[in-house]
Design a protein around this ligand. Structure first.
Ligand SMILES: C[S@@+](CC[C@H](N)C(=O)[O-])C[C@H]1O[C@@H](n2cnc3c(N)ncnc32)[C@H](O)[C@@H]1O
Length: 348
């Protein structure tokens, strides 16, 4: 036993436990509007924050102290301030680096702990729809800022000729669309195109319809409950899978269905969590986050479905390419990437 190594490990564990505890406070700050109330960067006492939010001042003092210990707010003589950089990540849902929605996904992992333990002791299966509903809204809010920041300005232009097709008026399938964040963004950016969103989870399809109505794009973003391997329609110019292919039990079946549903010359846009091909190369902070979520959410969902391939959220480009080659696609390439996403293009 090496005491220095033990101390080092204990230090890291305490930091991780503090992080996990603070995430529960981040969820509170998000839900109660505490970060938004501090977004102007003013130095506030807990009592002043209580006036702004209607929350209990004594509990706010504890919350602010935990935030200060985490470096999320700054402390000065009994008053606290949210710096502009932290406000971008925690207070502004329209900012490209807003991550507070991700804390809500983490909450679902704790809330569903018993169901996940049952899956681990048994057949490994836990379907998407059997999770706590905060997973569905948390996923939407975690992913939407990235889609807003990158989809129209970077990811689509990295595909061959797709932006031009969308501008002229294209038929698009958004498979595994969840609450429809990507469908609504596409419908807003390309008013001549029609986006057909599909998801096997009925409650998500309902939400997606509401999001389209709120955004005023219901005429061109339409949603249907369907499994990926069976989604209806033909002659699509573009079939998209946003952060969902690895969740599916039969990704080859889904890709095969996309192949059949595409027009000749049509394109698949596959957005997946960033991952390298080898486990050794994913042992880093991003891999850590995705492997942990994959244990509780993505892989059990895949194992709950037919075929149950269990790709996992760190599948990597090579395994994803194999899926599309097996499905009959002739071309597959990495179009671009971000630290969190691989952006892949498949063609017939
Ligand atoms: C991580 S969420 C991503 C949702 C959405 N694309 C987004 O980016 O916000 C994965 C989605 O895949 C859907 N899904 C999983 N398996 C599916 C299947 N076999 N057919 C259709 N949808 C599926 C889930 O219901 C869920 O909405």
């Amino acid at each position: 036993m090496d005491e220095a190594k033990l101390n080092d490990f204990m230090g890291r564990l305490v930091a991780d436990m503090g992080g996990a505890a603070v995430m529960a406070n981040v969820i509170l700050g998000e839900e109660l509007g505490l970060y938004r109330a501090m977004a102007d960067g003013a130095l506030l006492t807990p009592e002043q924050l209580a006036e702004r939010t209607g929350c209990h001042a004594r509990l706010l003092r504890e919350w602010l102290s935990a935030q200060a210990a985490s470096g999320y707010v700054e402390h000065e003589d009994g008053r606290f301030r949210l710096p502009p950089e932290q406000a971008m990540a925690l207070a502004d849902e329209n900012s490209p680096v807003y991550v507070a929605g991700g804390a809500v996904v983490l909450a679902s992992m704790y809330l569903d702990k018993d169901k996940i333990a049952t899956a681990m002791r048994g057949d490994g299966a836990l379907s998407w729809g059997d999770h706590h509903p905060c997973l569905f809204s948390g996923t939407e809010r975690f992913f939407r800022p990235g889609y807003r920041a990158h989809l129209v300005s970077e990811w689509l232009p990295a595909l061959e000729g797709v932006t031009e097709q969308l501008q002229a008026g294209a038929k698009v399938a958004d498979v595994g669309c969840g609450h429809g964040a990507s469908s609504v963004i596409l419908a807003q950016a390309f008013p001549r195109s029609t986006i057909h969103g599909f998801d096997f989870h009925g409650a998500s399809i309902e939400q997606a319809r509401q999001r389209a109505a709120q955004a005023g794009v219901s005429d061109r973003a339409v949603f249907t409950q369907a499994r990926a391997a069976e989604f209806p329609g033909s002659d699509f110019d573009l079939v998209c899978f946003f952060d969902c292919l690895h969740d599916m039990g039969d990704p080859v079946g889904a890709a095969r269905r996309a192949h059949a549903a595409l027009k000749p010359g049509g394109t698949v846009l596959l957005v997946e969590p960033f991952a390298n091909d080898r486990l050794e190369d994913n042992l880093n902070p991003v891999g850590r986050l995705f492997y942990a979520a994959s244990t509780c959410i993505c892989t059990p969902n895949s194992l709950s479905q037919e075929v149950g391939l269990g790709l996992g959220a760190q599948a990597g480009e090579k395994r994803l390419r194999d899926v599309f080659m097996k499905a009959g696609f002739a071309h597959f390439r990495r179009a671009t990437e971000t630290p969190f996403n691989l952006i892949l293009e498949a063609r017939k």
